[in-house]
Ligand binder design. Structure first.
Ligand code: PML
Length: 259
């Protein structure tokens, strides 16, 4: 069967004079069978035209044919949830899970514990550094360095969708999109864990995910109305090459079995 990848991004010009720049409004991506291409394309245009951030000045919808043999099918990560009273508790819980995941990769003998302590101290600062980025930070836990080829842009996980998703969502479903992305990311070579907070000011649920932990939804991770959000991909260069990880995240076509 023939499949097609569809990607939409919409933006708006903001600012005056020298300050003029493009601001992202909305984006979406799908991998669908040939007969769904037109309907999905129209739903994407609808999503771009009805976003609460306003009318776009620019909409790009890119459609590419994808060979079935190039698609990898993955089982969705199992989902659990953690309810918290405050977003501060949620964030602490997320940091705790990430630190445990990083600790579990630490060599049992001859390992340097101070680098782990340093990482735990640095984590809130790393998360803050992702707020202005469009993509994710790719952080090497073995060397304590960032590996994104372009640190302003970050690394974007792309070319993924839910398998058998017949519905055409015209507005964003955060959880459905995130479980697909997190499953792809968790399966990337050398990936240790992911931490995500949405940049949607009206969406306060975030998650920590890895093959070992599954997809852990943390129901409050920021204050309602806060526009800051971001993603960190924690990678271990002792387990895989950074180029292979980036290639998988950005090029490999993945369909995720969610049921
Ligand atoms: C995003 O807005 O891209 C991140 C969505 C996080 C979804 C968390 C969840 O509901 O499980």
């Amino acid at each position: 069967m023939d499949y097609y990848s569809l990607k939409m991004r919409a933006s708006q010009q903001v600012g005056e004079g020298d300050q003029k720049h493009e601001q992202h409004i909305s984006g979406a991506e799908r991998i669908v069978s040939r007969d769904a291409v037109e309907a999905v394309c129209s739903a994407m245009a609808h999503r771009a035209m009805t976003h609460s951030k306003g009318d776009p000045d620019f909409i790009n919808i890119k459609i590419e044919k994808v060979c079935e043999k190039d698609i990898q099918i993955l089982k969705a990560l199992p989902v659990t949830r953690i309810d918290v009273d405050t977003w501060q508790q949620g964030l602490d819980k997320a940091f705790e899970l990430i630190n445990e995941a990083v600790f579990s990769c630490h060599p049992r003998e001859g390992g340097d514990l101070s680098s782990l302590m340093n990482f735990a101290r640095k984590l809130p600062e790393l998360l803050q550094a992702t707020f202005p980025m469009r993509g994710a930070m790719l952080y090497d836990i073995a060397t304590g360095t960032r590996l994104e080829p372009d640190q302003q842009r970050g690394v974007r996980a792309t070319y993924m969708d839910a398998l058998h998703s017949s519905t055409v969502d015209s507005c964003k479903n955060h959880f459905n999109e995130a479980i697909v992305l997190a499953t792809k990311v968790a399966n990337a070579p050398g990936m240790v864990a992911e931490l995500c907070i949405s940049d949607d000011p009206n969406y306060i649920t975030g998650y920590v995910a890895s093959k070992e932990l599954g997809y852990v939804r943390i129901m409050k991770m920021k204050e309602m109305g806060d526009e800051n959000g971001g993603r960190i991909f924690l990678f271990d260069s002792r387990k895989a090459k950074a180029e292979d990880c980036i290639e998988f995240l950005q090029k490999k076509k993945v369909l995720v079995e969610t049921e």
